[in-house]
Design a protein around this ligand. Sequence first.
Ligand SMILES: Cc1cc2nc3c(=O)[nH]c(=O)nc-3n(C[C@H](O)[C@H](O)[C@H](O)COP(=O)(O)OP(=O)(O)OC[C@H]3O[C@@H](n4cnc5c(N)ncnc54)[C@H](O)[C@@H]3O)c2cc1C
Length: 401
Amino acid sequence: MVPRLSATVVGGGIAGLASALSLARAGWQATVLERAPDFGEVGAGVAIPRNGMAALRALGFDDDAIGALGHETLGTGFQDLHGRWLLRIPDDRADVRWTTTIWGVHRERLHAALRHAAEAAGVDLVTGAQATAVRPGAADGEPAEVTWRTAVGERTAESDLVVGADGMWSAVRTQVFPAARPRYSGSTSWRAVIPDTTFDGRLIELWGPGAEFGTLRLSETEVYWYGYFQHPEGSSFDDELAAARARFAGWAPQVVALIEATDPSRLMRHDVYHLPGGLPAFTQGRVVMVGDAAHAALPTMGQGAATALEDAACLGPLIAAPVQAGAALAPALAAFDAARRPRTRAIARQAVRMARFGADLGGGWRQSLRNGFLRAIPGGAVARAGGSIVRWTPPGTVGSR
Ligand SMILES: Cc1cc2nc3c(=O)[nH]c(=O)nc-3n(C[C@H](O)[C@H](O)[C@H](O)COP(=O)(O)OP(=O)(O)OC[C@H]3O[C@@H](n4cnc5c(N)ncnc54)[C@H](O)[C@@H]3O)c2cc1C
């Protein structure tokens, strides 16, 4: 019998906690290194489509746990900036509803649920631990090694596997794939969760020149909004809420009302980056890359968290379980790469196309042309075409729910 194998997971975000949970469920001893002094998630809402929920189920979350995480609703299509429908997805057909079902989830709740599940599965969670160096080792030979900085000095540990789950600015990626660098998308995004019980809870997205505004209910009492717009990298506003008000002035009344109802202390803004060329591989030596560290995509497909959860749900059945049972690591890593890289690359490319057609499109005739085109095509057909992404099944399962 193979002794209990060990993994060091760098990064305690959604990808890292879910990955550690997946490894622990397959019998591995997993340790998460998180550079922040506390485990926590600053963030607003996240739209999790059906494939993300399939991944959560594969990680052991049952219907009750998923129900407690967020609000199940539907994606509705797109409106122009005045709130007039450009493309409306019908909600009276079961096949279309299946594809457009989406869960509005508060990131803090998702993060906490993953942390509790990881702890319950025996994962070691270490905070204040910033990974600074990684030696990938060899899949069929020497162990991998991670060095990290703590308040009291530096530490180094060997393990059978290192999971690079340290997000957009991944230190693991910088060491293992130094040529891959994030690039500014040209857009930045305000995000906020506001108390609300009356707003339409469905995912509604409005497109205007160089900008997009979206709303989604997260619970009976919370609505999430985001305002994504083209803006120079790294700039700041003296008053972010006033700037949001000004940027979206003249948009549909619900947009103006949501911004108006926002507590300035709850408003956040992040410049949006992505990894345009992807990575040449998701594995090297004994290192495997997951989440934004592996495949950061523009948020225009709403698939970042969902694909991070998919990565995690694949780690257990494709790598951890077979290797713990005695299989060689190299083919298991190759199977993970083959399952994850083409899919996430295709989603990232689709997110770029979506941005060009949606939020990044300039004003004037371009808007009229795009809007006229969208009004002419049937929403049901568009939803069914988009179904190929959400119709994902975790390895080892038969059909998605
Ligand atoms: C504006 C915007 C809107 C979005 N909307 C959606 C959406 O609707 N749906 C969706 O699915 N996705 C969405 N996303 C994407 C989603 O948020 C990300 O894809 C997802 O959070 C990635 O999770 P992660 O764990 O890979 O990375 P992160 O959440 O960045 O976590 C990385 C963790 O690693 C830690 N870390 C970093 N470096 C080190 C180090 N050297 N040592 C130790 N720890 C380290 C960090 O502190 C952090 O905790 C959106 C993104 C943006 C920017």
